[in-house]
Design a protein around this ligand. Structure first.
Ligand SMILES: C[S@@+](CC[C@H](N)C(=O)[O-])C[C@H]1O[C@@H](n2cnc3c(N)ncnc32)[C@H](O)[C@@H]1O
Length: 248
């Protein structure tokens, strides 16, 4: 049978995909690595089917390896006998704890079948929440900005783990970026906040990201040339060289 890594999306229970919901409903046991993913899973699965796993709050690599070995040893027999799910917020393959489990299973229980159900990642959900468009052709980089760090370089960046927004903000401003922050986007737990003022985010909250865009960035898009009277409008559907797929 199978272990499913199920992405739950950013935190609102109706942003779980149809496939993810079906897998959760059919799984014999559903494991979660934390309180938030557990509470989203509970919207789709009765509590008696939620499995228990212990994860220490540490960055010590040896302690983490031991904890993931124990988690894999608990999950593997159940995944051989039936279908089980391991849920994570967002997508299981993006900055996710699921990677630890997958690697540990591959090392110690390679016979367990794995299948992944993608989820709505904060990497994409941020755009709607912050009212940003990443237009076709634009580059977009994902970085981590924990503890006040401010990575720079690309024209556009999504920064995860913004735990000291005022310090990160200073670095980004100096490097020539405009920055918008999003906290607890599409999450049922806690208050959603979208702001470009880092002082509103002075308290640490792990579920905070930033979108940084170079101040002098020029956007090149066919419809960016629309004028108020519509004179220079270009209809992308008039591009006969574009296939149907390219218009999606
Ligand atoms: C370890 S990563 C997990 C990413 C997740 N697997 C995904 O695909 O969205 C955690 C970081 O993602 C960002 N994040 C995830 N969900 C978020 C949300 N709902 N609102 C704001 N930031 C979020 C935060 O920067 C947080 O520190």
């Amino acid at each position: 049978m199978t272990l499913y890594g199920v992405g739950l999306g950013p935190g609102e229970s109706d942003l779980v995909t149809v496939r993810g919901k079906r897998v959760l409903e059919n799984a014999d046991v559903v494991y979660s690595p934390g309180r938030l993913s557990r509470s989203v899973a509970l919207e789709h699965v009765p509590e008696e089917r939620i499995g228990d796993l212990e994860f220490p709050m540490t960055r010590d690599e040896e302690t983490l390896r031991t904890a993931w070995k124990a988690a894999a040893a608990e999950i593997a027999p159940n995944a051989r006998e039936g279908d089980v799910a391991f849920v994570t917020l967002g997508d299981p393959n993006v900055y996710s704890t699921f990677g630890h489990l997958r690697r540990t299973l591959e090392a110690f229980h390679p016979d367990v079948d794995l299948e992944i159900v993608p989820g709505v990642s904060a990497v994409t959900a941020f755009a709607t929440a912050l009212g940003v468009e990443i237009e076709a052709g634009a580059g977009l980089s994902l970085r981590e900005a924990a503890d006040g760090t401010a990575p720079t370089g690309p024209d556009r960046m999504i920064l995860f783990k913004v735990t000291d927004a005022p310090a990160t903000h200073e670095g980004l401003l100096d490097a020539g970026y405009d920055v918008t922050y999003g906290r607890r986007l599409f999450m049922e737990q806690g208050e959603t906040l979208v702001t470009d003022d880092p002082s509103e985010l002075a308290d640490r909250d792990y579920y905070t990201l930033a979108y940084a865009e170079r101040r002098d960035l020029e956007v090149e898009s066919a419809t960016a040339v629309f004028t108020q009277d519509g004179d220079s409008a270009v209809d992308p559907n008039d591009d006969e060289s574009a296939s149907d797929d390219e218009r999606e």
